[in-house]
Write a protein that binds this ligand. Structure first.
Ligand code: SF4
Length: 368
């Protein structure tokens, strides 16, 4: 490590004070056990996959639903993938759910239902990256290791006043973590830090005045706690456009299809759509959209599009709406069904909501 990247690790981290705080204020979470007890690795892994890009409050009901329906990893492995995807709906990033199911099948079939206690072997499983592998090793198996999520990054950056902007600072933060990681209570340490970051060392207005670590905190001493961690300027997300086609038949059912397994919203139930996964549709005209419709119908454009943010781009989805009958399917492989919002990914739920609220009011005929 070059000297200009070295964090100022001259402060001694008061781990005992952190544990005292955790013993009184730490959250009771359904997947959490406290040292010396360890969480069942199935529960820990499931929660970690769900928590990627999602907050604890949102994850709790999904975790309870999954563990209620599939109490063991073997049960999850045996579940039809469609059921797993439907139960996942609303958590987003559906590739995670597909990988979750694949990993469950591998663990059930090849590892006797037990996750390997080996970082390298864990990294070979679908959907498990370095962070999740470390989390399993430390919180599931009680091994020493570095577990640094965004919350812990914040505490480390502030406590050691690490001024290198993220993401470049990650290496310094990992070194800082490694330095202050206690040998006692290894599984509790990252969980205590996460709760502490969530309750005391918060992103805005950290409660330094009542913080049990304040006496040794370099960021607090330097009066720069709230500014840390520094972040490199964000790149503006590009915007893409697309068109979704919502057809309703005489029974009030909508035409739905399953998206290809690979790619965005892979394998999910969706309204037919074009032009947003890889290319921008913004230059295409109404006639072009009309010709891309799944079958001929009196397609009308709703005046308000739907906006949705993906990891790498923002989407503006125009909606075409048609009332039709069952016979006009053409060669499509979809089916008719009253849409069940809980089975749809968030983008398609928004599309359906928009149709329900505006189809009678705002649909306008396509241009001649
Ligand atoms: S003193 Fe403030 S900045 Fe430092 S660890 Fe405590 S809450 Fe965070």
């Amino acid at each position: 490590m070059s000297s200009d990247l070295m964090p100022p690790l001259n402060a001694s981290f008061p781990g005992d004070d952190l544990f005292d705080w955790y013993d009184t204020h730490g959250r009771d979470l359904p997947w959490r056990h406290r040292w010396p007890a360890l969480a069942p690795v199935y529960h820990l892994w499931l929660s970690e996959i769900m928590l990627q890009q999602t907050i604890v409050k949102t994850v709790i009901p999904y975790f309870l639903e999954f563990t209620g329906r599939w109490p063991t990893i073997e049960a999850l492995a045996a579940a039809p993938v469609d059921e797993v995807l439907a139960a996942w709906a609303g958590l987003g990033y559906y590739a995670r759910a597909r990988n979750l199911h694949k990993t469950a099948q591998i663990i059930a079939a090849e590892h006797g239902g037990i996750f390997p206690a080996d970082q390298k072997a864990l990294l070979g499983l679908p959907g498990i990256g370095p962070y999740t592998a470390s989390a399993i090793m430390v919180m599931g198996y009680g091994q020493p290791g570095v577990v640094v999520d965004g919350n812990i990054e914040r505490v480390m950056s502030r406590f050691f006043a690490i001024k290198t902007p993220l993401p470049k600072a990650k290496r310094d933060i990992a070194a800082a973590y490694e330095q202050c990681r206690p040998t006692a209570r290894p599984s509790d340490f990252p969980q205590a830090l996460m709760d502490f970051a969530n309750a005391v060392c918060t992103p805005k207005a950290p409660a330094c005045g009542i913080c049990p670590l304040a006496n040794a905190c370099r960021g607090y001493a330097d009066d720069m706690a709230e500014q840390l961690p520094f972040k490199a300027p964000k790149q503006q997300k590009p915007t893409r456009s697309g068109v979704a086609f919502v057809a309703i038949n005489q029974n009030g059912e909508a035409f739905l299809e399953r998206r290809p397994d690979q790619g965005l919203l892979g394998g999910m139930v969706a309204f037919p759509s074009v032009g947003w996964t890889q290319t921008d549709w913004s230059d295409a005209d109404v006639q072009a959209a009309d010709s891309a419709a799944p079958f001929p119908a009196d397609w009308r454009q709703l005046s308000a599009p739907v906006h949705h943010i993906f990891t790498h781009f923002a989407l503006e989805m125009t909606i075409y709406y048609a009332e039709t009958n069952r016979s006009s399917l053409g060669t499509n492989t979809g089916w008719w069904q009253v849409p069940e919002p809980s089975q749809l990914p968030s983008l398609m739920r928004k599309v359906w909501k928009q149709v329900e609220t505006s189809k009678h009011l705002q649909a306008r005929p396509k241009k001649p």
